[in-house]
Design a protein around this ligand. Structure first.
Ligand SMILES: [Zn+2]
Length: 327
């Protein structure tokens, strides 16, 4: 079988004995490295290594997936999906219309069967919106606008939109702040997908305790590639044990910010990032007790994070593929 060694920080190096010891100590909360086959068995989410941008693949069943954002590069997206064995996409969600989240769309539209494309209510930037409409129309795929409260099931993926509840205007970046925020459950793993939302929307949309409760998840897709513009209370309210950062090596934006990395670690999260770790897979059992099974009702967002379902053994882990785009 595949060997896995816990790798948490680069400075620990690759000394096998030390890594093995660390792995034993931190097995409950570690990012492990996959030396052989990809994807790992039981993957529920993969953050593709697409450089500076987001492309997140949720496993809906054999050969089927929900795609959240398409990254900046059609070829990189197509390669990631091919490696995962994805042959159809019942649903594509675009968190917002910036190029690093939508320009990869031609890598799937017209190439794989796609059920529908879902977008948020903001039509900015206008040029990107025109491009998205053109690609979607050409592929003959339905396009639907959604906001907070939307949700449903696509195969094994339960999903609920938490934001935007109102469309914000006049912020530092309206496209970023009006990002669709999704709570997803795939098998035993609960995942919070946050697009590029910034501190303004994090405070306005999730300031009250009821909204905060819906944020709880095993895995946080860190907003906006780990930029410095974060509300630390929002990040902590997720209660996540794993933080995934989708980011390009040597990017011009300084992502991820050292301050954000510190905040995530202080909140108890193991941080993995595509620029150093390559594609990242969330691995979890497919059928947690009472949730996520075909025909069953989807759980409420934030309900029963798996840590509380399995006190003895943590059922969710994160596997890094290899060195990332910056290595
Ligand atoms: Zn972005």
């Amino acid at each position: 079988m595949v060997a896995a060694v816990a790798v948490l920080r680069r400075r620990w190096g690759r000394r096998v004995a030390a890594a093995a010891a660390v792995g034993l100590l931190l097995a409950r909360c570690a990012v492990v490295e996959r030396f052989a086959s990809w994807p790992p068995a039981g993957w529920r989410l993969v953050a593709c290594d697409v450089g500076q941008g987001d492309a997140l693949v949720l496993s809906a069943g054999p050969g089927s997936a929900v795609l959240v954002d398409a990254g900046p590069d059609p070829a990189l997206l197509a390669r990631c999906l091919d490696e995962l064995g994805v042959r159809r996409l019942p649903m594509i969600v675009l968190s917002h219309l910036h190029a690093d989240h939508v320009d990869g769309l031609p890598g799937v539209l017209g190439r794989l069967p796609v059920g529908e494309v879902l977008v948020g209510p903001l039509r900015e930037p206008a040029g990107q919106w025109r491009s998205v409409r053109r690609w979607v129309d050409r592929a003959g795929v339905p396009l639907r606008t959604i906001g907070a409260g939307a949700g449903g099931r696509a195969g094994a993926v339960c999903w609920t939109v938490l934001a935007p509840r109102i469309v914000l205007h006049g912020t530092d970046s309206d496209p970023n702040n009006d990002s669709l925020v999704l709570s997803a459950r795939v098998g035993a793993a609960s995942i919070l997908l946050t697009g590029d939302m910034e501190a303004t929307a994090q405070r306005l949309s999730f300031g009250d305790p009821q909204a905060r409760a819906g944020l709880r998840a095993d895995v946080l897709k860190v907003p906006h590639h780990g930029s410095a513009n974060q509300d630390s209370a929002f990040l902590a309210a997720t209660g996540a044990r794993f933080a995934l950062i989708s980011v390009g090596a040597g990017n011009d934006y300084g992502h991820p910010a050292a301050s954000t990395l510190r905040t995530l670690r202080r909140a108890g999260m193991s941080v993995a990032r595509t620029d150093r770790d390559g594609a990242l897979a969330v691995v979890a059992p497919g059928t947690p007790p009472g949730t996520g099974q075909p025909g069953q009702r989807c759980p409420e967002p934030g309900a029963n994070p798996s840590a509380r379902l399995a006190a003895e053994r943590d059922p969710v882990s994160v596997v890094r593929r290899r060195s990332g785009n910056g290595s």
